[in-house]
Design a protein around this ligand. Structure first.
Ligand code: F1P
Length: 347
């Protein structure tokens, strides 16, 4: 019953939260793939969805940077759903990428957006409003986590319409979605410890963020937040790529942040982290409550709640946002109005 209610809400309702627009359910039934276009933080949400979509719905899914896609002659499959994501709904690159997709032959578009009256929402065939409320600052934070929730719901609906997600499985995930605010609260409670970590970042010029699988885009988002508001240069790498280049940079002056949930990739990640330690890199690890780490010098560890399954990327986002915030406070930068950045990039 819960699953059916959700399905109805997100396919036919004109009331938030739901996917609405003419023929929404028929369109979602007809699509044979998903291509997601977005910029900045919203692009990182798209990258998370790429993992969710392919593993939970079986639909091919590709996330692309809208500012690149809009200028390229991509091959269009008309039945591939174009999903655009934007906090502001006014990002020129994202709007033009959606128009480009239509010109290339894509039949259907869906906008996931925080601002109902925005140009992006007006242009898309289907709309999914996140209604996170306005971001106070320039950097997108709560918009990102709600974009992820919307993308997870879209994944559930597409998976269910394709018979890939059972009623029972859907019930479990919906229950986990209901528990999400409590898990985020627990992550927020780590703020004092994260603030103490941030002091170690304030005098550094570079930081490296590592993650694997669906948490690699979360590492990307952590690096972007640190760059945007503290002006510390930060890069994110999938941890398995360390040995293909970035290991050359590791030394004691470049903190290495690891997104380390207790999932099937944890053991692989741990061996990547040992490679960092062996070269004198200081590790700042966000683990889950139920994962085992042997204490060692140079390994700073904080524990989030027990692993949240497919919703883990949402929980793991929060401490990275707090880390960037406190690093910025330590450096005295303006967290709400970072230099050179605009709230929405309309040109
Ligand atoms: C995209 C974005 C933000 C970033 C900054 C500049 O915005 O890159 O992710 O934090 O505000 O714009 P949007 O399309 O999600 O509104």
């Amino acid at each position: 019953a819960i699953a059916d209610t959700l399905l109805a809400a997100v396919t036919t309702s004109s009331v938030s939260p739901g996917i609405f627009g003419p023929g929404a359910e028929d369109i979602l039934r007809a699509v044979n793939g998903v291509r997601i276009l977005a910029c900045g933080t919203s692009y990182h949400a798209a990258k998370v969805a790429e993992y969710w979509m392919e593993s939970l719905t079986g639909l091919p899914c590709r996330a692309e940077i809208a500012s690149e896609y809009r200028y390229r002659d991509s091959v269009a499959d008309p039945d591939t759903l174009i999903v655009t994501i934007s906090q502001s709904g006014e990002t020129r690159d994202t709007i033009d990428a959606m128009i480009q997709a239509k010109n290339l032959g894509h039949k259907y578009s869906l906008a996931i957006c925080n601002v109902p009256e925005s140009a992006l929402v007006r242009t898309a065939d289907l709309k999914f409003l996140t209604r996170a409320g306005p971001e106070i600052g320039v950097a997108s934070t709560k918009a990102f986590t709600t974009q992820l929730v919307a993308l997870f719901l879209l994944t559930l609906v597409l998976g269910r319409l394709r018979g890939k997600i059972s009623d029972q499985q859907e019930k479990v995930w919906l229950e986990q979605l209901r528990e999400l605010p409590g898990l985020v609260q627990q992550a927020l409670a780590l703020e004092p410890q994260i603030a103490a970590w941030a002091e170690h970042f304030a005098d550094k010029h570079h930081a490296l963020f590592l993650g694997r699988g669906v948490h690699y885009p979360i590492a990307m988002e952590g690096a972007l937040k640190l760059k945007e508001i503290s002006y510390i240069h930060a890069e994110a790498y999938p941890a398995g790529e360390l040995k293909h280049g970035p290991l050359a940079l590791v030394d004691k002056d470049m903190p290495v942040v690891a997104v380390a949930p207790n999932d099937i990739l944890l053991e692989k990640l741990k061996s990547n982290l040992q490679e960092v330690r062996a070269r004198g890199g200081e590790l700042y690890v966000f683990a889950d409550l139920d994962s085992h780490f042997t204490p060692q010098e140079g390994l700073h560890l904080l524990r989030l709640p027990t692993n949240a399954g497919p919703l883990s990327p949402i929980v793991h986002t929060v401490p990275l946002q707090i880390l960037a915030y406190h690093a910025a406070l330590c450096k005295g930068t303006d967290v709400d109005k970072p230099r050179n950045l605009a709230k929405s990039v309309t040109v």
